[in-house]
Write a protein that binds this ligand. Structure first.
Ligand code: Q9C
Ligand code: ZN
Length: 341
């Protein structure tokens, strides 16, 4: 059997460079850098089991199948505004009543972006649509070839809600791929998210639906971003009741304890019997990650890949976080190798 993993990326991932983030009111170094994709691409180029492709799809129609058109239009307008102003766009006032209406550009900044870590730059809109296209192209390959695929998406996606950006994410690449598979005839898809942060965006998008099982393992919201969601009792509502699972972990959780939780999460997935699995693959649970807080090792990412591979479900891995740039490429390779084993 031929063993290879197509890697799909876009040059647009190299086009934007967040200058800083605002953390608790102070200017802080941006974590989500171009260096991240550079390190991953270098690592996959040196691995002999990868087949590197550039995405050619127009992502916009697929983005609009998941995100509100007013929100997508805002990201586009704010990108243009950033270019005019020669300055990144940050929010300052967030909606403080649930009947709030955003009718000027200051209000919109708070309406459509939920934190101060996610600036909008001149290139944000294009890069966002192009990254989503990588995930869709990955899903197309998955359907056709029924083999593991990896979408090297930057900006990442799992914090982006239907109508809000946040956590360095503007379009939810994994959710867009899942929706594409459903629109192409699949009945049951699972998104499994092992980024160290809770995938609040993916949870938001599918919270009332039973056609997508969303399973998350992450550092508990008591300690880590996104702070307000990711508790174990968030199970979904209405039709979606019972198709959302959260496995929050204590800080410093290492390979061994993580593995017990991983087994529980995979048992939930097995029981659901998805036709396709989308892995929201973040590598910020690594012990050297500057913002993560958990303690996984590089060899353990291979175990995660092994166990995902053993499910016997075609899997599309979509790149999320991972900020220890020195080891990011090795972590990705370790994980992908694990899927193939
Ligand atoms: N300056 C993803 O991993 N926290 N997003 C920043 C440190 C924001 C992470 C605090 C974490 C967002 C895709
Ligand atoms: Zn993360």
């Amino acid at each position: 059997m031929q063993k290879e993993i197509p890697v799909i990326y876009t040059p647009a991932s190299f086009s934007y460079n967040p200058p800083y983030e605002l953390f608790n009111g102070k200017v802080d170094t941006a974590s989500e850098t171009i260096e991240r994709v550079r390190m991953i691409l270098t690592a996959v180029a040196h691995a002999d089991f990868t087949d590197i492709r550039i995405s050619k799809v127009n992502g916009l129609p697929y983005v609009l199948n998941v995100h509100d058109s007013e929100y997508v239009d805002y990201i586009k307008r704010a990108s243009d505004e950033s270019k005019q102003e020669k300055s990144p766009i940050f929010p300052s006032v967030h909606p403080y009543v649930d009947f709030g209406r955003a009718s000027n550009h200051v209000a919109e900044r708070g309406q459509y972006v939920f934190d101060t870590y996610t600036p909008i730059l001149p290139e944000t809109y294009n890069a966002t649509v192009a990254a989503a296209a990588c995930a869709v192209e990955g899903a197309k390959v998955l359907m056709k070839e029924k083999k593991p695929v990896y979408a090297l998406t930057r900006p990442p996606g799992h914090h982006a809600e239907k109508a809000k950006a946040g956590g360095y994410c503007y379009a939810n690449n994994a959710a867009i791929a899942a929706q594409f598979l459903l629109d192409s005839g699949a009945k049951k898809v699972c998104v499994f998210d092992f980024d160290v942060h809770h995938g609040n965006g993916t949870q938001d998008i599918f919270y009332e639906r039973a056609d997508v099982l969303v399973v998350n393992i992450h550092a508990a919201p008591e300690y880590k971003f996104p702070y307000f969601t990711g508790y174990a009792d968030e199970h979904g509502v209405n039709e979606g009741e019972g198709s959302n699972y959260n496995f929050p972990l204590n800080l410093k959780t290492g390979d061994e304890a993580y593995d017990l939780t991983l087994n529980k999460a995979l048992a939930v997935i097995k029981k659901y019997k998805p036709e396709y699995l989308i892995a929201s693959a973040g590598f910020d649970a690594h012990y050297t990650d500057p913002i993560g807080g958990l303690s996984l090792t590089t060899p353990y990412y291979r175990r995660i890949g092994n166990k995902i591979g053993e499910l016997g479900v075609p899997v599309l891995s979509v790149q999320e976080g991972g900020y220890a740039t020195e080891v990011l490429g090795q972590n990705v390779i370790s994980y992908l190798q694990g899927i193939l084993d």
